[in-house]
Design a protein around this ligand. Structure first.
Ligand SMILES: *Cc1c(COP(=O)(O)O)cnc(C)c1O
Length: 225
């Protein structure tokens, strides 16, 4: 395998899913989840044109940002659960936080940030015990009760359950889309909520059909397949 082959296969899958659902390919952003690979691998992906990178551990994230600092057009996404005490270290480097999963984290970002931080509210649509995030009701209450200047809610993010059952996956992704539209319609300051971060290796076509604007792909990109 080569990263180039993997990228092309993913690109074909994205294009097909976009076409099937009558969407513009350019409305779907591919975030390369590189949590399982090293900096050398990321450099290869960069040379193939990848610019959006996603990481899920604060310490590794800051190391990789430092190692790739000369590549100034990288867009860094933080996708993992984030401890409050790590906010200060990663804040200067992230373009998107996909995992805003609790009010205390938003409070800390508000306190530390000096400019707006683009955040996805993480919603546990399937209400699995093991998953982080707000449920739909809590997400609605949260956006309506906050008054942040630096925390900008650009959209919603979810992790689908680990299943091949397409109906279950559609149910989750369509649930997130419905909530996104509902929040967007409220027209709250600093809550544009236009975006949907959903879909990973196993389910990104389904997510695209249901409106994903950011897909987070790891294994299909970096593993032999
Ligand atoms: C690891 C991870 C991904 C990528 O998952 P793959 O199945 O490897 O594509 C996406 N989102 C989050 C939050 C992750 O932790």
């Amino acid at each position: 395998m080569s990263y180039n082959d993997n990228l092309q296969k993913i690109e074909t899958r994205i294009a097909k899913a976009a076409q099937t659902s009558g969407r513009d390919r350019s409305d779907v952003h591919l975030v390369a989840v590189t949590k399982t690979v090293d900096v050398a691998a990321m450099e290869k992906l960069y040379d193939l044109g990848v610019r959006h990178f996603g990481e899920n551990r604060a310490d590794v994230f800051t190391e990789k940002v430092a190692a790739l600092a000369d590549k100034t057009d990288i867009v860094w996404h933080y996708i993992g659960s984030l401890q409050t005490r790590k906010v200060r270290a990663i804040l200067p480097h992230i373009s998107f936080l996909h995992s805003l999963d609790r009010k205390s984290l938003a409070d800390e970002i508000e306190k530390r940030a000096t400019e707006k931080v683009a955040c996805f509210l993480q919603v546990n649509i399937s209400e699995e015990e093991t998953k982080h995030g707000f449920n739909a009701e809590e997400a609605l209450a949260f956006v309506q009760s906050q008054n942040y200047q630096h925390v900008e809610i650009v959209g919603l993010m979810t992790m689908a359950p680990n299943t091949d059952d397409e109906q279950t996956l559609h149910h989750v992704f369509q649930g997130l889309k419905a909530l996104q539209l509902e929040i967007e319609k409220l027209g709250i300051a600093n809550v544009p909520c236009h975006e949907l971060s959903m879909g990973m290796t196993n389910d990104f076509e389904i997510a695209i059909e249901d409106g994903a604007t950011f897909i987070r792909v790891g294994r299909a990109l970096v593993e032999e397949n």
